[in-house]
Unconditional design. Structure first.
Length: 157
C-alpha cells in the first residue's frame, strides 16, 4: 500500500462515508482497485507539494500571435483608400454642396470605394440600400445612390 497526503478532504470522505450519491459511488468503486491510505494535511502546511503543483511555463513571447487574422483587419485598407481619395482630390476638387462631415470622392476613386465596401472582407456583398448607407456615412459625390445602384446591379454575385 501507499500513502496519499492531500489537502483535499473529499478523498477521505469517499473512503469513510456511508451514503454516497451515484457519482461518488463510482469514484469510490474505482478507488477500490488500489491499496492506499489517505492522509489529510492542510495546504498551508504542505509547502513542498504546493511548490511542485505550480506550473512555471516559459515567459510570454514578446511578439505574441495576433488574435485576428490579417485578412480580417480592414483598417489599413480603408486608410489607403482615404489617402488615395485625398491625393485624387488635388486633381479633381469637389463641387459645392458636399455635406458637412463627409468627404467628396473624385471620379477616379469611386469604383474602388464601391468595390471595397461591397466586396470587401467582412461586408458579405450587401444589397443596394445597405451599400449606399455604408458609403454615405463618410463619403459623398453627386448622384451617388444612382451610381452605387448601377454598380450593385452589375455585380455577378
Amino acid at each position: 500500500p501507499f500513502t496519499v497526503i492531500t489537502d483535499h478532504k473529499n478523498l477521505q470522505y469517499l473512503r469513510e462515508a456511508r451514503r454516497l450519491n451515484p457519482r461518488q459511488a463510482r469514484w469510490a468503486l474505482f478507488f477500490t482497485r488500489f491499496r492506499f491510505h489517505v492522509t489529510y494535511r492542510a495546504g498551508a502546511l504542505n509547502g513542498k507539494a504546493d511548490a511542485l503543483s505550480r506550473v512555471f511555463g516559459p515567459e510570454e513571447p514578446s511578439d505574441p500571435d495576433p488574435i485576428l487574422s490579417p485578412a480580417l483587419i480592414v483598417g489599413p485598407i480603408v486608410w489607403d483608400m482615404d489617402s488615395e481619395i485625398r491625393s485624387a482630390s488635388l486633381q479633381e476638387p469637389g463641387p459645392e454642396g458636399c455635406p458637412e462631415g463627409r468627404v467628396f470622392v473624385p471620379t477616379s476613386c469611386r469604383r474602388g470605394l464601391m468595390q471595397l465596401v461591397h466586396e470587401g472582407l467582412g461586408t458579405g456583398h450587401p444589397g443596394e440600400k445597405r451599400t449606399v448607407q455604408l458609403i454615405q456615412t463618410r463619403y459623398w459625390w453627386p448622384r451617388m445612390a444612382e451610381e452605387i445602384t448601377r454598380f450593385i446591379q452589375e455585380c455577378p454575385t
